[in-house]
Design a protein around this ligand. Structure first.
Ligand code: T5A
Length: 230
C-alpha cells in the first residue's frame, strides 16, 4: 500500500486534487481508495455532523472534546478501512486530511500541547502514517474566498465542481474563525513540513488546478508500485 495524504487550510484545493489524483492513479492501472477526514466510516460521518452542529450553534465544543472527536473518527478509519488493506502492494490510498490536520488545527490553531496531540494521534493511527504528504499552501484569504464561492483570485482553468461542492450544507464552518487562527494553522503546517522534508512536498496552491495537479502527479509517479503503467 502506498499512502498519500493531502493537507492544507480551508479551500486550499485538497478535495479537488484528491479527485484528480484518484483518476490518474486508476488510469495507470492501479486501485485507489480515496478517504476523507472526518468521514469515510459511519462513525466518521456522524462525528462530522456533530462537530459541524457544535460549530454552528452556541454550544461550542471544548478544545479537548474537539480533539477526541477527530481522533475517534481517525481511529475508526484506520482500524476499519486503511489497516486491513495495508499489505496490498497494488493499492494507493489517498487521504483528504489525516493526522497532520489535528496537529495543525487543534495544536497550532487551538493551542493544545503538540506532544499531547502526538500521543493521541499515535493511539488513533496505530502507527500508520502517510508515505507522502502534499501541503497545499495558500494564504487563508484565497482559500476561504474559494470556499465561499467568491473566486477572487486569478481566472481558473477547467474548474470542475468537486465532491465538496455541497460544503455549504456540510462544511464545518472553521472558516468562520478569525484570520489569526488560519494564519497559525498555515504556519503550523509549514513547520510540520520542515520537520519531515522527506515525507512532505509543499505545493503552491494559489496556481491553477491543472498546474497543481500535474505537479502532484509528477511526484506521485516516482513512488507508484512497479505494476503501474503511468
Ligand atoms: N479538522 C479536520 C480539524 O480541525 N482537525 C482534524 O483532525 C481534521 C481531520 C473539515 C474541517 O475539520 C477541520 C479542518 C476543516 O476545517 P471540511 O468541510 O472537510 O471540514 O473542510 P476542508 O477539508 O477544509 O475542505 P474544503 O472543501 O474547505 O477545502 P479543500 O478540500 O481544500 O478545497 P476544495 O477542493 O473543496 O475546493 C474548494 C473550492 O475551490 C475551488 C474548487 O473548485 C472549489 O470550488 N478550487 C480552486 N479554485 C481556484 N484555483 C485552484 N487551484 C482551486 N482548487 C480548488
Amino acid at each position: 500500500m502506498l499512502f498519500i495524504s493531502l493537507e492544507g487550510g480551508e479551500g486550499a484545493g485538497k478535495t479537488t486534487q484528491a479527485v484528480r489524483l484518484l483518476e490518474r492513479i486508476e488510469s495507470a492501472g492501479l486501485r485507489c481508495l480515496r478517504v476523507r477526514e472526518p468521514g469515510s466510516t459511519a462513525l466518521g460521518a456522524d462525528l462530522r455532523r456533530l462537530i459541524k452542529r457544535s460549530n454552528t450553534s452556541d454550544e461550542a465544543l471544548s478544545r479537548a472534546a474537539e480533539l477526541f472527536l477527530f481522533a475517534a473518527a481517525r481511529s475508526e478509519l484506520v482500524t476499519k478501512v486503511i489497516a486491513p488493506q495495508r499489505d496490498d502492494p497494488d493499492l494507493v490510498v489517498v487521504a483528504d486530511r489525516f493526522a497532520d490536520s489535528t496537529l495543525a488545527y487543534q495544536g497550532y490553531g487551538r493551542g493544545i500541547d503538540i506532544e499531547t496531540i502526538k500521543a493521541v494521534n499515535a493511539l488513533a493511527t496505530h502507527g500508520i502514517a502517510p508515505d507522502l504528504t502534499f501541503l497545499l499552501d495558500c494564504p487563508h484569504e484565497i482559500g476561504i474566498s474559494r470556499v465561499r464561492g467568491l473566486q477572487l483570485q486569478m481566472p481558473l482553468d477547467a474548474v470542475k465542481p468537486s465532491d465538496s461542492a455541497d460544503r455549504n450544507v456540510e462544511g464545518m464552518k472553521f472558516e468562520e474563525e478569525p484570520a489569526e487562527f488560519h494564519e497559525r494553522i498555515r504556519l503550523g503546517f509549514l513547520a510540520l513540513a520542515d520537520l519531515e522534508p522527506d515525507r512532505w512536498r509543499i505545493v503552491d496552491a494559489t496556481r491553477s488546478i491543472n498546474i497543481i495537479s500535474d505537479e502532484i502527479w509528477k511526484a506521485v509517479q516516482d513512488r507508484l508500485p512497479v505494476t503501474a503503467n503511468p
